[in-house]
Design a binder for this molecule. Sequence first.
Ligand code: ARG
Length: 586
Amino acid sequence: MQDWFDVAEKIETRTLAAAGKAGIDQAAFSAEARPADPRFGDVQVNGALPYAKRLKANPREIAQKIVDELAKDEAVTDVAELSIAGPGFINFRFKPSFYLDWLNDFSTESVYREAAAKLYAGERVVVDYGSPNTAKQMHVGHIRSIVIGEAICRLLEFCGADVTRDNHIGDWGTPYGKLFYAYKRHLDPDALKADPLGELERLYKLGSQLASDDKAVLEESRQELVQLQDGKPESMKLWETVNQLSIQGLKEVYDQLDVTYDCYLGESFYRDRVDLVYKELEECQLAEESNGALVVFHPEHKRYAEQPFIIRKSDGASNYATTDLATMLYRHEHFKATRIIIVTDDRQKDHFEQLDLTTAKWFEKTGRTRPAFDHVMFGKINGDDGKPIKSRSGDPIRLKDLISEAIERAHTVVKEKNSDLPEEELQLIAETVGISSIKYADLSSNRTSDYVFSWEKLLSFEGNTAPYLLYAATRIQSIFRKLDPSDLENLEARASVFETGEEIALARKIVEFVGALQITIDTLRPHMLSGYLYELAGAFSGFYAANKVIVEDDGQKARRLILCQRALLALKIGLSLLGIKTLERM
Ligand code: ARG
């Protein structure tokens, strides 16, 4: 089976061969194939230009010689038409029959999976995303890591990787002293039952407040922390309780977002593994004492030559850096990870750069194979005023509340559009549309930029939004509901070759799906895929507006139904990779 890349590769080999036959020095000629300007073709080879420049020859003449040879090659002329554009670009425009063959092959999800599995089969990837600090509510800022991380997991899995979803929760350290102080004195047990995370957060805030007002409280909180760090049974028991409640509260939100972790190996899990980190880093002379702390400098680096990676504080306590180093080792040894991906906001850029540099040297000196490492970072979510969004009270918006509001608003929007749906179905649709809309708003923005959160925009049926794409999918499905079962029999055998511009434009868009997947996963940027899906839905609209599907001519009807089916297939796969469920109707 061939996919887009096999075809591009085939074009490269054939063009190189043709160049050789045309008397061109193959070693000095690049046959690299790239996507072409759609006005001229599908694939383009530009190598004639630099080649001619070096020889001070005419690039168009060189291109012509190559094209003359290519024209004799049936492997090429069977699938594409050739032309030369501008100063000497060689363009290949696929024939309508090539598209039809391709679409006939790519008829099910498993065919796509099989083609995509070439990309990452054999890789074991640990994806660390979500990863909030516990005993606190998740607020709106947490959604980015969850949604982007989950999309990356799904994409990698689709491409054949073995993925472990790890929630590296911040469940250890200084906040627990103040939390425990308040918990022991000010707990409201009913509130804890009704809303565990809300109550724990209230207690933590109260503890912090009391400690900053009163030195004696601060001292008592410190004692609480010391007892926890010493592993006193009573403290450990309380920690256990708080942690279980936290995870339970987190899971409620993850369930709504359709995210399930394989493990919750938080900072506490690594607390007994940090001594090995100190020992090894000292032994390989990477770590040194500096003002009582244990630190790692990177002399070859502009900033980290001066600004060290602190791996043990001067009071002897471990920190975020130490647990992360231990985490790297565990993921290598226990999960046999070939790649580690950590998804956080961009304020942690320096931390992860230093972590990566340190791990690289540490693993090299200890003869370990270092997994590939990506820090997938993202920007802020701003309100209309360009500042980070806040609730009316000025606090960050709780993620739970954001989700409820999205569902409520989606309910109104869907009801306006389709008022005769029964209430029960309306509610289910509103849940999918609401949650998809906030997910999609995030996934359709370039993750490294800040983005503006706007309810109007993200719930609109126009533009690159979840409602628009979900609606496009339901429209295609409604075509199939109106058919006779016999209409769908033996489509491939009945179909005639595409003719109209809209048919060909849609076919070409569907074929580009594999390429869109590859670029998304190469860059770990889900907005590449969402941009593609938006274009696909647009190509479908264009086709559907201009070409009737249920027509007399059976060959025409069959080929148009193939287009409908394959467009729906690509749309569904693409959306599900972004973590978005499609609907039958809305
Ligand atoms: N808990 C951290 C935070 O809330 C994120 C953890 C990311 N993962 C890691 N291995 N450091 O910022």
